[in-house]
Design a protein around this ligand. Structure first.
Ligand code: TRP
Ligand code: ZN
Ligand code: CA
Length: 441
């Protein structure tokens, strides 16, 4: 590019004086700052294969123990041991609560995820016992496996929820909600008052499924309904026996409850088959409380959707006051000299602690002091080195300074890492410095 020098000695002196007065753009250490709290992370997709692997294990536990996992039988305790070992390995604080029912010892398994507000506890639970007539894979290996895999996902994500998370597997539900009643009855009143909600998952993989949401606490109910609406699946209110599962133990003492259910022995209507598929005139679960409630007695689609809905509710309802998904700003206000017609100058910000990729509308705040901005080529450089051009040079743009907020589609870049503003002056005479660089996620 060629252009006539336009400066006089007097202007140069003024420009220099201006620069010097603005402070020394020297080797100041980068200063990065977060100006807003972390945004709420979205729940992960719960891998169906993992949930099904738990069901396979529960099936083989039943097979090795007389064909069931019922209260007072060895298959129940083996089920507790299986779930507990997974949770212990994932960093949960587990405890096994013993009780007696029908002259036999029963067990509840409680798993606390360390952290969160101890005065606001969100619980999710499922009964782990089967009836004695079969292995109980839909009733209720399905809920047990969905809750287990969600807990393991909390661990994999290193989730730091605002609320304290507690997961539970109940014994002797099939004998009349015995385990969950025992847990609630033995919870000191002060501990009870800290429970902000209990979500129950009893039968979430019925082979001819319906999508039923408990009509109890309105916030929990809406969280589930919104999830299903978002994936285009219609829901109905659960009516096949309110109070027929462990949420009733909590509801009876005034704790907000909710849950999901895909149907038991009731018959699917024509209208329901119309919206959900499956077979009208047939039970949601023809193997309910029978020996055929095996791993073959599962709708993968229903199990997958309900496990994802479960995780969505755990993530959403434990996040506390919801922050908007955008608005975290990272910035560097150190001055960096831009060499005249020379090598590029850079200013950097380091982003950490975010999940996933940068937004499709990443806001890039650029503040450059310069006496002829047409000299400047400006790029945003992602942590992996990908450059996004913000501004080209143009010889006749003689205005001062670049003070702009650019919007960049950075959705293919992981958010975390060191991002750079790269500024190169490609023409002689006029000079300046980077005064500020910010990223808003
Ligand atoms: N709890 C019952 C069982 O385990 C199944 C059941 C019937 C159910 N109706 C329900 C569970 C309504 C939840 C909601 O055998
Ligand atoms: Zn059940
Ligand atoms: Ca220049």
């Amino acid at each position: 590019m060629s252009r006539m020098p336009r400066r006089t000695a007097a202007v140069t002196a003024l420009a220099l004086a201006g620069l010097l007065a603005t402070a020394a753009p020297a080797a100041t250490a980068p200063t990065t700052a977060r100006t807003a709290p972390a945004a709420t992370a979205a729940a992960p997709d719960i891998p169906l294969a993992n949930v099904k692997a738990h069901l396979t294990q529960l099936q083989s536990i039943a097979g090795a123990n007389g064909g069931n996992r019922a209260h007072g039988r060895p298959g129940y305790k083996a089920s507790i041991d299986y779930v507990k070992a997974k949770l212990d390995a994932a960093g949960f604080t587990t405890s096994v609560q013993q009780f007696t029912s029908n002259g036999a010892t029963g067990y509840n398994l409680i798993a606390d995820w360390p952290g969160g507000d101890a005065n606001q506890v969100l619980m999710a639970g499922a009964h782990l016992d089967s009836v004695s007539s079969g292995p109980g894979i839909n009733d209720n290996g399905s809920g047990s496996a969905g809750v287990l895999e969600t807990a393991l996902a909390v661990s994999r994500a290193g989730l730091k929820p605002a609320k304290h998370l507690r997961f539970a597997w109940w014994g002797a539900e099939e004998l009349g909600l015995v385990g969950s009643k025992y847990y609630v009855a033995n919870l000191p009143t002060t501990e009870r008052s800290k429970l902000s909600g209990y979500m129950n998952f009893d039968m979430i993989g019925s082979p001819n499924p319906g999508y039923f949401v408990y009509d109890d606490d309105p916030v929990i109910e809406k969280t589930f309904k919104d999830y299903f609406a978002g994936i285009g699946v219609a829901t109905e209110i659960e009516t096949e026996g309110d109070g027929r599962s462990d949420h009733a133990s909590f509801k009876n003492v005034g704790i907000p409850v909710g849950g999901l259910f895909t149907g038991a022995s009731r018959t699917k209507t024509a209208a329901q088959a119309q919206k959900w598929g499956g077979t009208a005139g047939q039970a949601f679960d023809r193997c309910y409380h029978s020996s055929c409630d095996t791993t073959a007695n599962i709708s993968d689609t229903a199990l997958d959707r309900n496990s994802d809905a479960l995780a969505h509710a755990v993530w959403t309802l434990s996040a506390g006051t919801t922050e908007p998904p955008t608005g975290d700003t990272y910035e560097n206000t150190a001055d960096v000299t831009i060499p005249d017609n020379g090598t590029a100058a850079t200013s950097s910000v380091t982003v950490s602690g975010r999940t996933g990729n940068a937004p499709s509308a990443l806001k890039v705040g650029v503040d450059i002091v310069h006496t002829w901005r047409g000299d400047l080529v400006v790029d945003l450089v992602a942590p992996d080195g990908t450059a996004y051009r913000l501004k080209n040079s143009s010889g006749n743009d003689s205005a001062d300074n670049v003070r702009e907020t650019y919007t960049v589609d950075a959705s293919s870049e992981p958010a975390n890492g060191t991002w750079r503003l790269r500024v190169q002056d490609v023409a002689q005479y006029d000079t300046g410095y980077i005064s500020g660089f910010s990223l808003t996620f």
